[in-house]
Write a protein that binds this ligand. Structure first.
Ligand SMILES: [Zn+2]
Length: 411
C-alpha cells in the first residue's frame, strides 16, 4: 500500500499515508409519534418499486476484504485518537479566510500529538459542486479542498463519512470528497460511492496491531432521509441495521485484531437515547471492541459493557456552524484517546473541550480541570463508569488491574 510523507505533527513524524430490519426506530417510537412515522414509512414503501427494479438490474455485491494501510510503529502502546464533528466551512468562513484552515485546531493540537491513528467525523462533503441534493433541506454544508489539506497537516489518517451531511451535494459531492481525501493521503469509511464501498471499512496495521474501522449512520425514517443512505449502486452513508452490522463486524473480525465501530446516531443536543443504548450494547455483543459515537453535537457519557467501552458521543470537534447550545452556556465535545497494549485496550482517555462557537469563536480549546470534571463526571456516573482524573482528562482502565494500576501518560 502506498505511503506518503506528510508534515511534522507535534513532536513526532507524521507517517504515510440493507438489508432493512424493521425492528429499530419504528417500534421504539412512542405511540403519540407513531402515526407520523407510519406515514413516512408508507411513503418510503411507495418508493420500493424503484428499489426493487434496481435490485434486479444492479444487485449490490457483498463488500470484499477491507483495504489495509500499514503504519510503522515503535513502542508498546498504540494510540488511536478520535474526535467528533468536523466542518471547516459555513459560519466559520470569515475566520478561515482571515487566519487560514489550520487556525481552528491551534488550541487543541496537544490532544492530537502522539496519535498513531487519528480519526474524526467529516460532517459534510469537500466539493465545488453548487448543486444541492435537497434544495429545501434546512442546512446543507460543503467544504473547500483546503479543508482536506489542513486535516492532513493536522495528522488525520481516516475520516468517517457516515453522517447526515455527506450527501448534501449528492453523489458528486461525495465522490469529490473521496478524491480530495485520497489526494491528501487520508482514508475514509462509513460512506461510499455505492453500498459495498460504504460498508467495507478500512484496516490500519500499526506495527502489527490491525485496527479495523467501520462507520454507520442511524436509520431515520422519513422520505427526506432515505436518499442519504448507500443502497445498491446508490452513493451515501452506510445505514445502521442490525443485520448489516452483524455481517460487517464478522467480516472485519477476520482481518482485524481490534474492531472500532463509529455510529452517527442519537438526537441533536439531547441525552443518550434508548436506541443508542440498545444498539451500542448490541454492537459489543456482535464483536466490536469499541463503540465510538457522534452526531448529537454534545459530549455524552461512556459506558463499559462486557468490559468494552461505548462512547455515546464525542460531540463537536471543529464544527463551523453557530451552534444551538443553551444561550450563554459553554458546549463540550470530547477528544478520546484509546490506548492499546498487547493486542487489547488498556486505557481510554477522555478530555472535554469547549466547542460553543458563540464563546470559542470557531477555535475549540481545552478547559480548566475543574470545569472538565464538572462536565464529564456526571455523564460517566450515569452509566456507573469509574474514572480517575489527571488534570482535565478522565482515565478509564481496562483489563486486569485496571482500576488501581499504573496511569498512562496524559497529553
Ligand atoms: Zn450529524
Amino acid at each position: 500500500m502506498e505511503r506518503r510523507e506528510r508534515p511534522e505533527r507535534g513532536d513526532r513524524r507524521v507517517r504515510h499515508r440493507a438489508r432493512l430490519r424493521e425492528t429499530t426506530l419504528a417500534s421504539r417510537r412512542t405511540s403519540s409519534t407513531r402515526s407520523a412515522f407510519d406515514l413516512a414509512a408508507l411513503r418510503w414503501l411507495a418508493s420500493l418499486p424503484a428499489l426493487v427494479a434496481c435490485g434486479l438490474s444492479c444487485s449490490p455485491e457483498r463488500p470484499g476484504p477491507p483495504p489495509v494501510v500499514s503504519l510503522p510503529h515503535a513502542g508498546e502502546t498504540v494510540a488511536v485518537v478520535s474526535v467528533g464533528d468536523i466542518l471547516l466551512a459555513d459560519a466559520a468562513r470569515a475566520k478561515l479566510k482571515q487566519h487560514g484552515y489550520r487556525w481552528p485546531l491551534a488550541r487543541v493540537r496537544t490532544l492530537l500529538d502522539g496519535a498513531d491513528l487519528l480519526i474524526g467525523n467529516l460532517e459534510g462533503p469537500i466539493t465545488s459542486s453548487t448543486k444541492k441534493a435537497l434544495p429545501r433541506k434546512k442546512w446543507s454544508y460543503k467544504m473547500d479542498r483546503k479543508a482536506a489539506v489542513a486535516l492532513a497537516a493536522a495528522g488525520f489518517d481516516a475520516l468517517c463519512l457516515a453522517n447526515n451531511h455527506i450527501l448534501d451535494y449528492g453523489p458528486r459531492g461525495l465522490a469529490d470528497t473521496i478524491t480530495a481525501l485520497e489526494a491528501n493521503g487520508i482514508r475514509w469509511f462509513g460512506g461510499g460511492r455505492d453500498e459495498t464501498e460504504a460498508r467495507q471499512g478500512v484496516v490500519f496495521d500499526i506495527g502489527g496491531l490491525r485496527v479495523g474501522l467501520l462507520g454507520y449512520y442511524e436509520r431515520f425514517l422519513g422520505e427526506a432521509f432515505q436518499s442519504r443512505y448507500a443502497s445498491g449502486n446508490h452513493a451515501g452513508a452506510a445505514m445502521l441495521t442490525e443485520d448489516g452490522l452483524e455481517e460487517d463486524i464478522e467480516r472485519m473480525r477476520r482481518h482485524a485484531d481490534v474492531v472500532i465501530v463509529s455510529f452517527h446516531w442519537g438526537a441533536n443536543y439531547k441525552e443518550v437515547t434508548r436506541f443508542q443504548r440498545d444498539m451500542g450494547r448490541r454492537a459489543i455483543a456482535l464483536g466490536a471492541d469499541v463503540v465510538n459515537g457522534h452526531h448529537p453535537h454534545i459530549a455524552q457519557g461512556v459506558e463499559v459493557y462486557r468490559g468494552k467501552p461505548i462512547v455515546y458521543s464525542v460531540g463537536n470537534f471543529t464544527f463551523g456552524t453557530p451552534g444551538r447550545f443553551k444561550k450563554g452556556k459553554q458546549g463540550y465535545g470530547l477528544v478520546v484517546r484509546y490506548l492499546f497494549r498487547n493486542g487489547g485496550l488498556r486505557w481510554l482517555l477522555a478530555t472535554p473541550i469547549a466547542v460553543n462557537n458563540k464563546l470559542v469563536h470557531f477555535q475549540p480549546h481545552r478547559v480548566p480541570a475543574e470545569e472538565a470534571r464538572g462536565e464529564l463526571e456526571p455523564r460517566l456516573k450515569a452509566f456507573g463508569t469509574h474514572a480517575r482524573w489527571v488534570k482535565d482528562t478522565a482515565v478509564l482502565g481496562f483489563g486486569p488491574g485496571a482500576i488501581a494500576g499504573e496511569l498512562p501518560p496524559v497529553p
